[in-house]
Design a protein around this ligand. Structure first.
Ligand code: FCB
Length: 496
């Protein structure tokens, strides 16, 4: 295979200087707007008495009924790693292994959401969220990934989901956000086809327990990140560097997705279901034919490898040819698998953080300002490009954005405020791009900012804060950042 992604290879690199607003960056206008904005006052409470004074302004209005939400995932916020019968996941193992995460951070306590969920739900209500995208921890529901469910784990999610519905917030549940039960890893993890069957059983258990109260389900979060970070670079659990295994893992994750869709249909529940895929628009770094060809293949590995099987029922032929007939992926595709994987879905969840610029030799190049996550380039037009491309190439399937956000090193000021102006810029520019995509005909129905709360950012530990709500980890106090106040106003205005 000729291409291994470089995404997140630089994760441990020192933070680069903040975006300079160099000529040509699409951030200039938003930065100027933000500079004129007034910051919120100190606020740990949920009232809106500290919101910026409404100023007359032009608002890009979103369609009526557009859904405004925020996203989290279980291992990143719940904590309570050993409570109520929860089993170990691959992320427990990985984060407790010395040298794997920044400062040796783990999700043992995280944002303590397992205990503080009522307060967190109140906060969401007070922000005016319509929708909350969270994930269910497989090892909380089945400690070893198989067999009789752990009722205490299911009860936690039932209480939380009921709490959302009572507050008028629509629950959107992801079944797998990377916390594979360690017991299943011990029998081969996603390299083992049987793990996909175990996933379907787990999904069936969850559908039967919660299917009557959750309107939207997402199957597997970002299969690509498991493939690339878990099996190519080894920066994520289970920490392998085995390209041949990686693409077999891609197949089994997609098989798991398809089996879960089938299990969901079999329950007869009325909700909707789809995959959550992170997409990266790929652009050639120069005008050469070689860069164009390399970009095409790169796009295959980044996007079509995950979109085509689910939405077209086939693997992209250029990627299969590049992997070769002896690859474990090609050998691992059994008769009928693609029919399962392409079981019709109701919606596609898109996650967007960064574009990729591909050089003639198949490498990558940075073009736009980065954030404290060195793998990210801030390029809102890429959001427009990827949304319109999905609609153009795959038809008018309803889209929801389930992740989009910016990490910052936020500081709680002496006056109790957190001024994350860069996040406001980022969100405004990306929402403007999403608005343009809708105007161009993209059936985008909702948007979820990543993330509601600061949380455990995988191998980057707790340093990179993605939340619109600051978490003061020593006290677990929640503090609305400037971006949270801003987002509340966006929701009220139904626009930016
Ligand atoms: C995505 C993950 C999410 C979070 C963001 C920053 O790849 O799905 O858990 O880490 O990146």
């Amino acid at each position: 295979m000729s291409i291994l992604t470089r995404r997140r290879l630089l994760h441990r690199a020192a933070p680069l200087p903040a975006p300079t607003g160099a000529t040509g960056t699409p951030l200039g206008a938003a930065a100027a707007l933000a500079a004129g904005a007034t910051g919120p006052g100190a606020d740990t409470a949920s009232g809106d008495e500290h919101d910026p004074a409404p100023a007359p302004r032009d608002v890009l209005r979103f369609p009526e009924n557009f859904g405004w939400g925020a996203a989290t995932s279980a291992y990143q916020i719940e904590g309570a790693a050993k409570e109520d019968g929860r089993g170990e996941s691959v992320w427990d193992t990985f984060s407790r292994t010395p040298g794997r995460t920044l400062n040796g951070d783990t999700g043992d306590v995280a944002a303590d959401h397992y205990h503080r969920w009522p307060e967190d739900l109140d906060l969401m209500r007070d922000l005016g969220l319509h929708s909350y995208r969270f994930s269910i921890s497989w090892p909380r529901v089945q400690a070893d990934g198989t067999g009789k469910p752990n009722q205490r784990g299911l009860d936690f999610y039932r209480r939380m989901v009921d709490g959302l519905n009572e507050r008028g917030i629509a629950p959107m549940a992801t079944l797998f956000h990377w916390d594979l039960p360690q017991a299943l890893q011990d029998t081969g993890g996603w390299e083992n086809r049987d793990t996909a069957l175990r996933f379907a059983d787990y999904a069936d258990t969850v559908f039967r327990a919660l299917g009557d109260r959750i309107p939207v389900w997402l199957t597997v979060n970002e299969p690509k990140t498991v493939v690339q970070n878990g099996y190519l670079t080894g920066h994520h659990a289970p920490g392998k560097k085995d390209p041949d295994a990686a693409y077999l893992v891609a197949h089994h994750l997609q098989l798991a997705h398809g089996l879960a869709v089938q299990a969901f249909r079999a329950t007869g529940e009325p909700g909707r279901i789809g995959p959550a895929i992170n997409l990266h628009p790929c652009y050639p770094a120069d005008d050469s034919p070689a860069a164009a060809a390399a970009t095409r293949l790169y796009d295959g590995y980044e996007n079509r490898l995950y979109l085509d099987p689910i939405l077209r029922g086939s693997y992209p032929s250029d990627v299969l040819a590049d992997l070769g007939p002896d690859s474990r992926l090609v050998r691992g595709i059994a008769d009928g698998d693609l029919a399962v994987i392409s079981a019709p879905v109701d919606l596609l969840a898109v996650q967007y953080y960064t574009p990729i610029y591909v050089t003639a030799d198949g490498g990558t190049e940075r073009r736009w300002p980065t954030s404290v996550a060195a793998w990210q380039q801030i390029y809102p037009d890429g959001f427009y490009d990827i949304l319109t491309r999905v609609t153009r190439d795959y038809g008018p399937i309803p889209l929801t954005v389930t992740e989009n956000g910016l990490p910052t090193i936020d500081v709680l000021a002496a006056d109790g405020t957190v001024d994350d102006a860069a996040r406001v810029d980022f969100l405004r520019d990306h929402l403007s791009a999403a608005h343009r995509a809708i105007t161009a005909g993209v059936p985008l129905e909702s948007y979820h900012v990543w993330s509601l709360l600061d949380n455990f950012e995988w191998e980057a530990g707790y340093d990179q804060r993605f939340g619109i709500v600051y978490v003061d980890y020593p006290t677990q106090r929640r503090i609305l950042k400037r971006s949270a106040h801003w987002y509340r106003q966006v929701i009220r205005d139904n626009g930016v």
